[in-house]
Design a protein around this ligand. Sequence first.
Ligand code: UD1
Ligand code: UDP
Length: 369
Amino acid sequence: MDILTVVGARPQFIKAAAVSRCIAEYNAKKSDESSRINEIILHTGQHFDKNMSDVFFKELQIPKPVYNLNIDSMGHGAMTGRMMEKIEEILSIHQPDFVMVYGDTNSTLAGALAARKNNINLVHVEAGLRSRNMNMPEEVNRILTDRVSDILCCPTDNAITNLKEEGYDHFPCSLVKTGDVMQDAAIYYSTFSVNKSSIVKEMKLNDDEFLLCTLHRAENTDDISRLEKIVYALNILSKCNEIVMPLHPRTQKQINKLKLKVNFKTIDPVGYFDIIELLKHARIVMTDSGGLQKEAFFFKKRCVTLRDETEWVELVDLGVNTLVGSDPDAIIHAVNKPVADEKKFDVNLYGNGMASKNIIDALCNYRSS
Ligand code: UD1
Ligand code: UDP
């Protein structure tokens, strides 16, 4: 079975790492070469800084991409269009059995459309999520990708429900609740991140005393008023709380451009081992990231989400994730709330580390059906 995996942005490297590792385990059990899975990784180039790309391939031992399209830093149309054009050329060389795409970035959509238009089976990992905010580029990407996919690998019950509400039961595609590959990655890599990362020691951070913050979504960085309000709230919080903020290049550029005064500790983006160790030791996570919201849950930390809505609604329902948008009072109030009951985290929402295996099983079943 030949799979062409399309990745391009930071969260996709982490998700693909979990599945690639599972493919290697699957292959190790097959003595016959023809029954193995041959994965070809294509990197669109969307993320390109060493600490946004290479570091993940090295740390997580992801197989080296066979292709790197080096397409980055463009408007949505140009970026997606150029990626599609190149992916199509590569598809015509390899004719894989499946194209696998992850999440909701422009790289996801480009891979999805190229596969569909060339009638190659398309697998969407992280299907069925919805924010119901069509102004988000991610929402557009994920809705379009879902609609053209053959196998929709859903991380949660809510994702399955969303698709059924949109009529997917009646479409010629397969809906599978697989669980979330990010939990596979968190479980596996957190067993040895402590030996690989020294960030907590180097930064002299005390357990349960700092706020881990990330911010990069267009809705926050490109809206000056929202960005100013969030930075204002963080500045106030930093008077009584240590804040550690690995800054996405998008946010760094915007802060520099607007000359915003930042009174808290910002650092360059960190690798996966470092972020896991920061997550383990933080008091609270503050973020607009999709991935960090779940990782906060995996490491039993309360999350203050700097957005007006989330795709991970089960975390809000559970009471471990508070949506605060960009309102400074709401942000400060949510951070100062009493700690969440630890027992709340003892619930299996995301598959407990079996998602990658379920995805491989879904592909094998689809092929033999
Ligand atoms: C993209 C995804 C977003 C995802 C995020 C993960 C889209 C539309 N958005 O947003 O859904 O949450 O990745 O991090 O696909 N840049 C660098 N170096 C890098 C990467 C980016 O300088 O390694 C700069 C680019 O030049 C650009 C800006 O950051 O100016 C934004 O990059 P882009 O890839 O367009 O979108 P992200 O904000 O990273
Ligand atoms: N991450 C990381 N280093 C950082 C910030 C984030 O390794 O400095 C990881 C984070 O733990 C998560 C993934 O990157 O696994 C999330 O990526 P991001 O927030 O960029 O994208 P999103 O999930 O919002 O699409």
